[in-house]
Design a protein around this ligand. Structure first.
Ligand SMILES: [Ca+2]
Ligand SMILES: [Ca+2]
Length: 487
């Protein structure tokens, strides 16, 4: 089992725990509530049927963990998603528990698919590698060690593939990296990127050209700090670690993106309120007022960028309050979105060196589960998964009791798009939804692609469900999506 982790528990103990869990991926270990002999599950099973997607030219790859087949599955399209080939069994996961599909990267005919799972009482990182455009796959255990190995992240530049993850083999958690220079067939020895006495968690990596950038959080300094290293030679050597965050407070869950020599980082910091106004109360003794002060905190979003490939960074700028920030960049445009307490999302952007003010995007929802972001040219795409009022769903029967609908953990997908670099946004569009499980979104060329899994009722009272897998695409200025079932 995964050990307790200091900052993860600290951060999720308070607000929007579920959203943070979704973001950092610790989520819920899948429950196999499968009815004997049938492909059915209980409607309230907390199953996460992860869905990942990548688009390379006119090829679309969608992969997921199928708890019924007990396998990692993939579907591919060679015509931009108009038609899909028969599903491919990437790897059986028999004997592997708690499988989470974590990422997919397609470059040319190389397709690399990443998942994690528990084998013999500990977790490892697995890579499914295809050299023929996802016709055939071979599977490698990338970590293959005794400690828990989890939360992997993947990126590739040409045939160079990078995989980093958190590993507990060395007594404290470390960020480990392996690099392939042949499209994912063979990998270098493990490199310990963090190599610190403290806990090292939540790695992200982005690759471009022969450069690769790694960031994570680490509490070796006594507080959790955002750490950064850059490599400029296909991952052979790395710059010394740099602390990006302010050491006055815990910071972490960094997001990062690169465009040319411009590198953007964004993270959340836990800040205590300076409640000096309360000190006028005569009776406070020191310990109780200190305790009160420590209980009052909020999360702030910080950003730093580099114009020289991570060799130097701007000052850290506080851009708003909230959690789970994501940054994406394309051309001169960099966009940041995060979740605000109370249910909305906020958006900030940078065009060239012009930092724009954050704007709040109202969403008629009371529980945002996750937010996705992608940027392509002047198109900004956001996807919000949550309980959205007025969402199109299958719950037309009003007789359904409140408790029943809660059991179904109703979630819908809302697309919010801009075609003017984030200056104005479309009205909220509901793509689909009643019991959406996991979602992936990409913006490539003129197309916006969405893939997701959803529980589908098989009886009028919806006590049992099947998992459905869906694909939606829009290349329409009016944000209309064509949706189809892909299984
Ligand atoms: Ca392991
Ligand atoms: Ca460490």
């Amino acid at each position: 089992m995964i050990r307790d982790k200091g900052i993860i528990l600290m951060l999720i103990s308070s607000l929007l725990a579920y959203a943070v869990m979704q973001y950092i991926g610790i989520g819920v270990i899948p429950l196999r509530s499968i009815i004997e002999g049938e492909d059915l599950m209980l409607a309230n099973s907390m199953l996460d049927a992860d869905v990942v997607m990548d688009v390379e030219g006119s090829d679309v790859y969608i992969a997921w963990y199928d708890p019924v087949k007990d396998a990692v599955m993939l579907k591919a399209s060679n015509d931009g998603g108009s038609t899909f080939r028969e599903p491919i069994l990437v790897s059986s996961t028999e004997g592997v528990d708690g499988v989470r599909v974590r990422g997919i990267v397609a470059k040319g005919s190389y397709v690399n698919l990443l998942w994690s799972g528990e084998v013999d009482g500990q977790y490892d990182i697995f890579l499914g590698n295809s050299k023929d455009g996802a016709l055939t796959f071979s599977t490698i255990n990338l970590s293959n060690n005794d400690g828990d190995s989890e939360y992997p992240t993947i990126d590739a530049s040409g045939p160079t593939v990078y995989v980093a993850w958190v590993d507990l083999t060395y007594g404290n958690s470390e960020i480990l990296l392996r690099v392939s220079r042949d499209g994912g067939s063979t990998f270098s020895d493990v490199m310990n990127v963090s190599n610190s006495d403290g806990e090292s968690e939540a790695p992200v990596l982005v690759a471009e050209g022969s450069n690769v950038y790694l960031a994570w959080h680490d509490n070796t300094q006594g507080v959790f700090a955002v750490m950064f290293r850059a490599g400029y030679d296909d991952g052979n050597t790395f710059s010394d670690p740099v602390i990006l965050s302010n050491l006055d407070h815990d910071s972490g869950f960094v997001s990062m993106d690169v465009e040319g020599s411009s590198l953007y980082t964004v993270w959340m910091s836990k800040e205590y309120a300076s409640n000096s106004s309360n000190s006028s109360d005569g009776g406070d003794d020191d310990s109780s007022s200190r305790k009160k002060k420590e209980e009052v905190y909020e999360f702030s979003i910080y950003a730093r960028y580099s114009n020289d490939g991570g060799r130097s960074f701007s000052e850290a700028v506080s851009i708003g309050k909230g959690i789970s920030p994501i940054v994406k960049a394309d051309g001169p445009l960099a966009c940041i979105v995060w979740i605000v307490e109370g249910g909305g999302v906020q958006f900030a952007s940078m065009y060239g060196k012009d930092m724009r003010d954050a704007i709040t995007i109202g969403i008629d929802a009371h529980a945002i589960r996750s937010v996705m972001l992608d940027v392509e040219g002047n198109t900004v795409s956001m996807l919000v998964v949550g309980e959205v009022y007025g969402a199109k769903g299958k719950s037309e029967s009003k007789s359904k009791s409140e408790s029943e609908s809660e059991n179904h953990s109703s979630n819908s997908i809302v697309y919010i798009g801009s075609r003017d670099s984030g200056l104005t946004f479309s009205s909220t569009k509901v793509v689909e939804g009643l019991m959406v499980d996991d979602v992936s979104m990409l913006s490539k060329g003129r197309g916006v692609y969405i893939a997701w899994s959803e529980k589908v009722c098989v009886e009028p009272n919806c006590s049992h469900v099947k998992l459905g897998y869906y694909f939606g695409k829009s290349d329409d200025l009016n944000y209309r999506f064509t949706v189809k079932s892909i299984i």
